[in-house]
Ligand binder design. Structure first.
Ligand code: HEC
Length: 291
């Protein structure tokens, strides 16, 4: 008797085992916590969070869930993330376009009920600093007066020239520029404009110093690196305003840590820098700076 019972059990088990594989073979379910959140942190939350230019926040599952279908469409049509479409802004060496695998993940999530999954697996939403990032500066520059941003319409890039008042050449190790009004500023780029050399009629080309765009980071150069700003240079802010339905004002600011040649030469062995930067081959706040 015992033997027969055992045989029965065994065949039941075989049956169950035969039924199981189709379930196991299904691809693991795409969930917000495990699969989608990391993509949003890396590519979307710079803009999609409170106080930024994008219309809705995508920091949490609760915030993102109602947008699942819209997210699917926006990434499939490559409307989002928008950077690489903004040809005015020049080329990004690290533009934020999604990899095809990331697009596929977002699509699979939206198509399969946009489930949350285990919240414990979700990465923390991206952290952004609202204050200045580079500490006590030697130099603070700000637009001379407020710029009035209208409620509607397309606004051409505006340029604001701010004299550095440098009477001697300076080495800049860190620079940061921040919008006065984040809701209205799409990006700011601070350029260095060297003074005209004696006998020259045309000013030299402006050189990129530092930029701000949602999610961008300040310029902090590695050891032994610094950027020369010549005496008499001006800083030119290029500001791209975006009307958002409510008129407002902006006065963007920049700050930098700069050392004069003579002072640093006597106090620090790293100045003049071992690897001075005379030309910065970059034009965007997202591009990589050589370290
Ligand atoms: C540089 C800022 C920025 C980034 C980065 C960004 N968005 Fe947006 N997003 C916006 C702005 C601004 C709007 C509203 C205006 C518009 O539709 O262009 C918007 C609108 C949207 C909309 C509304 C519908 C639509 O297509 O216009 C969706 C959905 C969306 N974004 C999803 C995303 C996702 C997903 C990512 C990341 C993969 C992302 N966005 C990254 C700025 C951004």
């Amino acid at each position: 008797m015992k033997t027969i019972a055992l045989g029965l059990t065994a065949s039941l088990a075989t049956l169950l085992a035969a039924a199981a594989p189709s379930k196991i073979a299904k691809p693991p379910q795409v969930t917000f916590s495990k699969d989608v959140a990391p993509i949003l942190v890396k590519n979307c939350q710079g803009c999609h969070r409170p106080g930024e230019t994008a219309p809705m926040s995508l920091l949490t599952y609760q915030e993102a869930r109602p947008w699942a279908k819209a997210i699917r469409e926006a990434v499939v049509l490559k409307r989002m993330p928008p950077w690489y479409a903004d040809s005015h802004f020049g080329k990004f060496s690290n533009d934020r376009s999604l990899a095809q695998s990331e697009i596929d993940t977002l699509v699979a999530w939206a198509d399969n009920g946009a489930v949350e999954g285990d919240p414990k697996l979700a990465p923390k939403p991206a952290q952004f600093v609202d204050g200045w990032n580079i500490g006590t500066p030697d130099l603070v520059l700000e637009m001379a007066k407020d710029y009035q941003v209208p409620a509607a319409g397309t606004i051409k890039y505006e340029y604001f020239t701010i004299p550095t008042q440098f009477t001697e050449d300076k080495w800049v190790k860190m620079a940061e520029v921040r919008p006065g009004n984040r809701a209205l500023v799409h990006h700011v780029i601070a350029y260095v404009q060297e003074p005209k050399k004696p006998g020259e009629t045309k000013k030299a080309d402006r050189e990129f110093l530092v930029g701000f765009a949602p999610g961008s980071v300040p310029e902090i150069l590695g050891p032994g690196r610094a950027k020369l700003i010549k005496a008499g240079s001006e800083i030119v802010f290029q500001v791209h305003y975006t009307a958002n339905g409510t008129a407002g004002v902006d006065r963007s600011k920049g700050r930098a840590s700069a050392s004069s040649r003579s002072r640093q030469a006597t106090t620090s062995s790293s100045f003049p820098p071992e690897r001075p930067i005379t030309k910065w081959n970059r034009s965007s706040p997202y591009a990589a700076t050589p370290r």
